[in-house]
Design a protein around this ligand. Sequence first.
Ligand code: ADE
Length: 339
Amino acid sequence: MKIVGKRKNELLSDGALSEDVMGDESVRPMYLKDYIGQDNARENLKVFIEAANKREEPLEHILLYGSAGLGKTTLAAIIARETGRRFRVTSGPAIERPIDLVITLKTLSEGDVLFIDEIHRLRRPIEEILYSAMEDFMLDRVINKGIGSRPVRIPIPKFTLIGATTRSGNLSSPLRARFGIMLPLSFYSEEQLKEIIVRSAGILRVRITEEAAFEIAVRSRGTPRIANRLLRRARDFADVENDGFIDIQTADYALSCLEIDRCGLDMVDRNILTALAVNFKGRPVGLGTLAASVSEEPENIEEVYEPYLLKMGFIEKTNKGRMATSAAYDYLSLKKPET
Ligand code: ADE
């Protein structure tokens, strides 16, 4: 197995990286050839990057959308690297005032890749600044507010915006229309996650069996960030209890200590399903009510838990709210109430 040392953090970041993202950093692929999964997005990107490089032009603006942890930031960093451009990182919540975005745009250099994570969280007046910036590389500003005010157009360097969102449906039409390339990212297969775990184990110099890697993959909710986190936790158990070697017993033991079951569900998932199936008796429940009943933020329910529970077919979303499905009752070994 090839062993590679820890890599340098090359991201320029305006915001603090979460522990999860930091822990993930050394194993993130740097080039498209090392990126596993998302075959369609990867193959298309290869063509767009090669074409832009051939023409010596910046890429058109790109929208990456998909659930948390599927590799949007990783892919954006790869795009910048593969096109030989500087990578600038910020996020919707970090851009609090219009002036924050104006400064970011004015300090770009020609050809930079600007990555805005959670772009759906930009407030509307701030988002509107992006329209002319993306389309004409101009900032439309008003000088001298009040009497004597007048609009001005300030040129900014040509740049590529890469927007990432967990909810493309939350983007306004004018913003969405300004992206030339839209790349949806989907959940990974168990085989792809296994490949990612084996690759990461090589980088982290951890010994792991194929069987253990597959076990972790199955319980990683289709998400590489989770797969890499579970690998690091399994390594902790292996270091303490098995001479650093992750075999199937160690992997299984670590995952059960973390209370992650064979479907990849954790305590919060089970609380959500129990609330829907038992407390609310299978009736539709609004997001706020559900969140309060399991003591979680509504945003966390929507962005972290719900996508995978929907994918597994354990819940369904109706216009009246979320409901537990028959599969959820089976999972909980409960009988579904008659309706
Ligand atoms: N680590 C995290 N995501 C990855 C991916 N898609 N391919 C390879 N390694 C990864």
